[in-house]
Design a protein around this ligand. Structure first.
Ligand SMILES: [Zn+2]
Length: 152
């Protein structure tokens, strides 16, 4: 995925901080802003509803984040799981943080937790990462559905 390669370059501007600063949350795919953390839809999802929660502050590693930032990040993970359950009825989730290039992090400078809904019979997680996937729903549709579900 070229997006991951370029975004992971050390001198590249942070895609997440750029999204926060863009001023158009729908276009930037920001689903929810909290005080210390926010939710953003993955622009290159492994599955429909693939989103990420992370601190607002640009911190590269989980050990650099404060307890409050981590708490709010995980609370947003929980809220997104509830919203995805309500709207998409997945059979399970992959949730996790890839830290460091060796661990598969696409954006190295800004720590983020992935939430990937899973359905029985869908493709295994790892092969999906390495491939482009045809999605049954547009990002805009997912964005509108999830922002409504998060408000519910
Ligand atoms: Zn950042």
């Amino acid at each position: 995925m070229s997006y991951v390669t370029s975004a992971g370059a050390p001198d590249a501007p942070c895609v997440f901080c750029s999204a926060l600063a863009a001023g158009d949350d729908r276009r930037a795919l920001i689903l929810r802003r909290g005080q210390r953390a926010f939710l953003i839809l993955n622009a290159f999802p492994y599955a429909t509803g693939h989103l990420m929660a992370m601190p607002v502050r640009h911190v590269a590693r989980v050990e650099d984040a404060t307890a409050d930032e981590l708490t709010e990040t995980m609370t947003l993970v929980q809220e997104s799981v509830r919203a995805l359950n309500a709207g998409y009825q997945p059979d399970g989730f992959n949730m996790g943080i890839n830290q460091g290039r060796v661990a598969g992090a696409g954006v190295l400078g800004h720590v983020h937790a992935h939430v990937v809904p899973r359905w029985n019979g869908d493709t295994n997680f790892m092969p999906v990462i390495a491939d482009t996937k045809v999605l049954p729903e547009s990002l805009e549709t997912t964005y509108d559905r999830l922002t409504a579900l998060l408000r519910a």
